[in-house]
Design a protein around this ligand. Structure first.
Ligand SMILES: NC(=O)c1ccc[n+]([C@@H]2O[C@H](COP(=O)([O-])OP(=O)(O)OC[C@H]3O[C@@H](n4cnc5c(N)ncnc54)[C@H](OP(=O)(O)O)[C@@H]3O)[C@@H](O)[C@H]2O)c1
Length: 235
């Protein structure tokens, strides 16, 4: 988006959210962050530079207030939680962001848009185990992120769903490399710096990836170095 001046970051208090806040401030943009009331202190270091709207991210009123006047809404679809938190959050953003706003969402590789992704047996086994464990302890709702993305993919809004590989901390390696499908050799390393996941979401605010669900991997990962050719970071 060439004219971005104000963004709303939904789920700003998490690890990915805090990186999103930092990147947006680095660009001189106005930032409105949404997070649960009890998580507000996690944003203390930004408190004098951003507006915080405390509240559940799946509350339509909270999202309506926070997203008002924003050119872009960057949403962390929570990997954890109960009570349809991810799908409720996605729905609130789809319903209440400004009509022309760019909407960028985060999720994991396990989300598939067109069924053309091909996963390793190990990856599938891990997702199955996580889903089972989640149900067993009633703490994690992996299936709800699937439902959240189903609604986004069906929407006519100007969305992009960024599908993250496994993540690690560490300094930026630059803009991740992406592919439309998991299984592409370029993605094989399955590792991205969290700071660069956030960078990719920020860069996606321009119009190039509207209605795309890029799967990303670190640009200095072995598979990216071996298979990536486009110098611009997009294939
Ligand atoms: N971790 C990975 O390896 C990985 C891999 C691929 C993709 N991703 C994607 O990356 C994004 C960020 O994930 P992350 O693992 O890095 O975590 P994160 O950035 O720390 O984000 C976790 C988010 O979930 C919220 N949350 C946690 N527990 C909650 C609860 N009980 N009720 C409501 N909200 C709750 C947090 O809000 P509070 O601050 O209020 O707790 C925070 O906004 C997600 O979209 C995830 O699907 C992660």
């Amino acid at each position: 988006m060439s004219m971005t001046t104000k963004v709303c970051i939904v789920g700003a208090s998490g690890k990915l959210g805090q990186y999103l806040v930092q990147h947006a401030l680095d660009r001189g943009w106005e930032v409105v962050g949404v997070c649960r009331e009890r998580s507000v202190p996690k944003l203390d270091r930004f408190a004098d530079r951003i507006t915080i709207v405390p509240g559940p991210t799946n509350d339509p009123d909270v999202i309506r207030r926070a997203a008002a006047g924003c050119d872009g809404v960057l949403t962390v679809l929570a990997p954890w939680g109960v009570q349809q938190y991810a799908s409720g959050t996605a729905q609130a953003v789809l319903d209440h962001a400004a009509p022309d706003a760019r909407l960028i969402f985060s999720c994991g590789w396990h989300i598939t848009r067109d069924g053309q992704d091909s996963y390793s047996r190990r990856f599938l086994a891990t997702v199955r185990l996580m889903t089972w464990l989640a149900k067993a302890v009633r703490a994690v709702e992996i299936d709800d992120q699937v439902e959240a993305c189903r609604r986004i993919f069906a929407s006519e809004r100007r969305w992009t769903v960024v599908r993250g590989s496994d993540l690690e901390e560490g300094p930026s390696q630059g803009l991740p490399v992406w592919s439309r499908h998991v299984g592409d050799p370029v993605l094989a390393s399955n590792l991205t710096r969290r700071v660069d996941f956030a960078l990719f979401m920020i860069e996606a605010l321009d119009d190039r990836l509207v209605h795309e669900a890029p799967a990303i991997v670190g640009r200095l990962s072995a598979s990216a170095l071996a298979h990536h050719q486009d110098p611009e970071g997009a294939r």
